[in-house]
Write a protein that binds this ligand. Structure first.
Ligand code: GLA
Length: 580
């Protein structure tokens, strides 16, 4: 068992330093887990840091998905087989640039629930979840011979609240369900946050990427004895759509890592390997504006999005080798890649024709009220009067495309604080269609109550429109959509396009969509994620196991209008223009 003794960790009675790295199973194709875990071992890591995304496992109350990319027992088994240990971080809130910080949509859309507090409604949802999760990971706890040596309580709670009863409830819940392992909290290296986010008697750790001495001093002030640990050493950073691509100098990151290790610190690299926000899983920030996170979670981490070893990996490996054992084995070569330019997307179907059965109501229903967590909702109503009209969406999330009698008439974006649009209504009784996109739930800070869809009245020249139908379009399964060759021209407005391409050999690839504006892509049914022409990323990672030798199928959703009928598979990624 892992224990603390004075300023050290002890593992089975011997002094032990945690040299960990974060790697999220839910961001890596499951057939690549073993490869990535082995590369963690080769870096000299002795531990993998594992968040659990509650919302992915439990999209509706009571459900529990543990298959495919969510097969947590298999991931923990592979880590154990590689001889590595686990820092287990089940939240329940995880932040992580993940949709809703891992809190399920059915909670983040309920105005009566006070998230991340000891509100009984929130705690009963947390308890029901832990009742399902913890029995499944019990065999993987160290006291049962498994790899989990320590378990985190909440996540950077001091940056959010001060409800110590809530933290104590998480601790008691872990203990009551049989977790006897070492518990810890993590907080940004700020005295107040470290105090608020921790509990006396539970190990406090810091999250920081630089100014190592200052950060460790803050930790020491708040916790005069005990192991010094950086639970998230930020060796890179994430990107927002429309912003620059962030990188961190490799030598600078390795030097700061060495400073931390020289001070006797334990560490978890955030991220060791970032992976990808496949499908509609990325989160968003909300401070001065709503800023959704991009699909790539490369994070400029030591192991790149495609699992390749980077310069940062090599420099960090040398830094670690000065303080801890590093396997004396050759490092693997870069992954093979394959390209296929000019894939033609020659059949199509309108997004308006692929939804669930329509639901009628007087006033608009939210996405979550329709039982839907992600994707789109198509809303329809009638505008009584013709002529120039100001259309106002009093509250919506996150992006609304407006069609009048089926013809695109404009766009409103939450990220630009837009609510009103002047339109010309073509005739009395014209059909108003609003295609409302969920672009990712806020995952950090006070804005986490974040329902999606239409959230308030829609007004035409100040008069509320009533009599709505709404159609959920989750796009959680694009197989079997009724694609057809367009008779004369493509459907107008948001459209799904389909094509086929043949490969002789299978390897990693990168989907490039020049001339395409905004949407999402799937290959052989696997959700590669969102794309947007504004970048910064210009390609989407296509893991080799998604591809097949022979005929492959591609589906691309274009929300605006593509100026091209083709997309390209490229042999190299382009994550965009780097920030200064
Ligand atoms: C904090 C959180 C992580 C992640 C990072 C930023 O440290 O704990 O989950 O959001 O910030 O990448």
């Amino acid at each position: 068992m892992l224990e603390t003794a004075g300023d050290d960790f002890r593992w089975r009675g011997q002094p032990f330093r945690i040299v960990a790295g974060a790697m999220h199973y839910f961001r890596i194709h499951p057939e690549q887990w073993a490869d990535r875990i082995d590369k963690a071992r080769l870096l000299g890591l002795n531990t993998i840091d594992v968040y659990v995304p509650w919302n992915a496992h439990q999209p509706q109350p009571g459900q529990f998905h543990l298959d495919g990319i969510l097969d947590l027992p298999r991931y923990l088994t592979l880590i154990a087989e590689a001889g590595l240990k686990v820092l287990f971080r089940p939240g329940p809130y995880i932040c992580a640039e993940w949709d809703g910080g891992g809190l399920p949509a059915w909670l983040t859309s309920d105005p009566s629930v006070r998230l991340r507090t000891s509100d009984p409604a929130y705690l009963s949802a947390v308890d029901a979840w832990f009742d399902q999760l913890i029995p499944v990971i019990e065999p993987f706890l160290a006291h049962n011979g498994g790899p989990i040596i320590a378990v985190q309580v909440e996540n950077e709670y001091g940056a959010f609240g001060d409800d110590q009863q809530y933290l104590q409830h998480i601790v008691d819940g872990y203990r009551r369900r049989g977790i006897t392992e070492l518990l810890f909290t993590c907080d940004q290296a700020d005295d107040e946050m470290l105090k608020r986010g921790g509990l006396d008697g539970i190990l406090r750790t810091g999250t920081f990427g630089g100014k190592v001495d200052t950060a460790l001093a803050a930790l020491r002030r708040v916790q005069p004895t005990g192991p010094l640990m950086c639970a998230e050493f930020w060796n890179g950073w994430f990107d927002h759509w429309g912003g620059p691509h962030h990188t961190r100098d490799a030598q600078n990151a390795a030097d700061d890592l060495a400073t931390l290790l020289a001070a006797g610190g334990s560490v978890s690299l955030y991220m060791f390997h970032g992976g990808t926000n496949f499908g509609f899983t990325s989160g968003a920030n909300l401070k001065y504006a709503y800023e959704p996170t991009i699909t790539s979670y490369d994070y400029d981490a030591p192991l790149a999005e495609n699992g390749d070893i980077t310069l940062k990996y090599r420099l960090m490996r040398s830094a670690i080798a000065r303080f801890a054992p590093v396997p004396d084995e050759p490092l693997p070569s870069p992954a093979a890649t394959v390209g296929h330019p000019g894939i033609v997307l020659d059949t199509a179907v309108s997004l308006l024709d692929v939804g669930d059965p329509a639901v009628s109501s007087g006033t608009p229903l939210t996405m979550e009220a329709l039982g839907q967590a992600s994707g789109f909702v198509v809303y329809e109503a009638v505008i009584p009067e013709a002529g120039p009209t100001v259309l106002t969406l009093t509250s919506y999330a996150d992006r609304a495309q407006i069609l009048l009698d089926g013809v695109p008439a404009g766009l409103l974006e939450r990220s630009r604080h837009e609510h009103s649009l002047p339109v010309v209504v073509p005739r009395p009784g014209a059909a108003l269609t609003l295609v409302v996109e969920n672009a990712g739930r806020v995952n950090y800070g006070p804005g986490m109550f974040d329902p999606k869809g239409l959230l308030g009245p829609v007004l035409a020249d100040g008069v509320e429109l009533t009599g709505w139908t709404q159609t959920a379009v989750p796009l959680d399964d694009v197989s079997g959509l009724p694609f057809a060759p367009p008779a004369t021209r493509l459907p107008i407005g948001p459209t799904l396009r389909h094509g086929e391409f043949t490969l002789d050999t299978v390897a990693d690839s990168y989907l490039s969509l020049p001339g395409w504006e905004r949407g999402a892509a799937w290959i052989n049914g696997f959700p590669l994620g969102r794309f947007a022409a504004r970048g910064p990323q210009r390609t989407l990672y296509v893991p080799a196991p998604v591809l097949k030798a022979g005929v492959n199928e591609i589906v691309v959703l274009e929300l605006q209008a593509a100026a091209s009928a083709t997309v390209d598979l490229l042999p190299a990624p382009d994550l965009g223009v780097v920030a200064d």
